[in-house]
Design a protein around this ligand. Structure first.
Ligand SMILES: Nc1ncnc2c1ncn2[C@@H]1O[C@H](COP(=O)(O)OP(=O)(O)O)[C@@H](O)[C@H]1O
Ligand SMILES: [Mg+2]
Length: 295
């Protein structure tokens, strides 16, 4: 019995080669940490909110590479489309789209139409596209529209910014559904420039990780799903502190460090992560990477 593992991870180890374990480590993992659970609960509340003229919206703010997209993807996955038996009506409770890389209204509607597999003609005017988006979202009974990387469309000149703030206002008023926008602090600042929108967007911050109970809980959860034969004791003070400082408090970096360390542990046969393993992996913290480019 490998008591440091989740039963499923243990079963997996017993049935996989080293190569298979390494491949598995490279795949995305999902850990339901407390912060993610709290935001999922908030999203459920919005999804089930009774329709009224002023629907509440949510703005998820956080540094990049800290789990925003993963959390929203997970929620979208948990809210797949279904057909209501009695009426044979199609329901798509949650729709998630990625903002286009630039503040371009047409491309923004394209992103929504594409995610609904609805074709558009490039000559189609923005207003027509907008009407079609509204029609489709109504028809599919969408309750929550999630717009990721919102800072992209809220970038650029003040007038471009204002245009997109108006698009958001229009969509939320016309559709009477809740909007969930996710992005960096710049998005938060842009929304603050419009008092009406600022009132309707409740900000939720996904903060960086700190040296506390929650971080240890995260490491403990990782340890249960990393397919290593021996316990690593990641929550031990000296080990957890190294991981936190190398990762600079970003979940994506924590995950990357543990992936590299686990691969190293499998390849060398040590089968657990220690301070020594952490010192040997080929990993550069994010701020160092930036410096390297400008050197
Ligand atoms: N709940 C989670 N459990 C495990 N790893 C996660 C989780 N959320 C994010 N990650 C890791 O962090 C990386 C960055 O997350 P992502 O959601 O893309 O960040 P953001 O959207 O904030 O830039 C992911 O590629 C994944 O490796
Ligand atoms: Mg993201």
């Amino acid at each position: 019995m490998m008591t440091h593992l989740h039963p499923k991870t243990e079963e997996l180890i017993n049935n996989s080669s080293d190569k298979e374990r390494i491949n598995l480590l490279k795949k995305p993992k999902w850990i339901g940490y407390t912060g993610a659970k709290i935001i999922h609960k908030k999203l459920e509340e919005l999804r089930d909110y009774p329709t009224n003229l002023r629907m509440p919206n949510l703005l998820l703010v956080g540094d990049s590479n800290n789990g925003k997209t993963a959390l929203l993807n997970k929620f979208t996955e948990l809210n797949k489309s279904f057909i209501k038996e009695e009426t044979q009506e199609l329901f798509l409770p949650v729709l998630m789209v990625q903002s286009p890389p630039e503040p371009d209204e047409k491309r923004f509607y394209n992103a929504i139409l594409e995610s609904l597999h609805s074709p558009y003609r490039s000559s189609e005017k923005a207003e027509l596209r907008q009407q079609r988006v509204i029609h489709l979202l109504n028809k599919l009974n969408v309750k929550l529209l999630i717009i990721d990387e919102i800072q992209h469309v809220l970038a650029g000149t003040v007038s471009k910014q204002r245009l997109f703030l108006n698009v958001l206002k229009y969509l939320s008023n016309e559709l009477k559904i809740s909007l969930v926008c996710s992005g960096t602090r710049e998005a938060f600042n842009a929304i603050q420039t419009d008092p009406q929108l600022a009132n309707r967007f409740e900000p939720k911050v996904l903060s960086k990780w700190h040296n506390d109970e929650e971080f240890l809980r995260l490491l403990a959860s990782f340890e249960r799903i990393l397919p290593l034969k021996k316990p690593s004791f990641l929550i031990e003070d000296s080990v957890s502190k190294i991981i936190l400082s190398k990762s600079e408090g970003l979940l994506g970096e924590v995950s990357k460090i543990l992936e590299l360390a686990s691969i190293y542990a499998i390849e060398t046969g040590v089968e657990s992560i220690s301070k020594s393993v952490l010192s040997k992996i080929d990993y550069t913290p994010p701020s160092e990477r930036k410096k390297m480019i400008f050197r």
